[in-house]
Design a protein around this ligand. Structure first.
Ligand SMILES: [Zn+2]
Length: 110
């Protein structure tokens, strides 16, 4: 019974397999998020199990703040650096289900 403290190949295998599964799942999730864009998409809602046209809300994302900072350092002071906050094209797009309001995914610019 005490002889089981040595190398246990089965244990290592389980670890590496779960690590690979973790990589695979996170890869799949990033692909799912990437496939969303600016525009509403037809998507199956995991919450209410209906095929719905997603509702898109734009919110300031990383790119918005970077552009704001960039414009600020280029001399666009006095409010001009806030222009990115008015342009949906540089914002993140959040897709929600119109019927149950579940967040289906967020399209990030960066
Ligand atoms: Zn739903």
């Amino acid at each position: 019974m005490n002889g089981n403290h040595g190398k246990n190949p089965g244990c290592v295998n389980v670890l590496s397999v779960s690590f690979l599964q973790l990589c695979f799942v996170s890869f799949n999730m990033s692909v799912a998020v990437r496939s969303l864009g600016d525009n509403p998409v037809q998507i199956a809602c995991p919450q209410c199990h209906q095929t719905v046209l997603s509702k898109v809300d734009h919110s300031a994302g990383l790119l918005t703040y970077l552009l704001c900072g960039g414009l600020f350092f280029c001399g666009f002071v006095l409010g001009c650096c806030l222009i990115p906050f008015c342009v949906d094209r540089v914002k993140d797009a959040k897709h929600t289900c119109p019927s149950c309001k579940t967040v289906l995914g967020i399209y990030k610019r960066l």
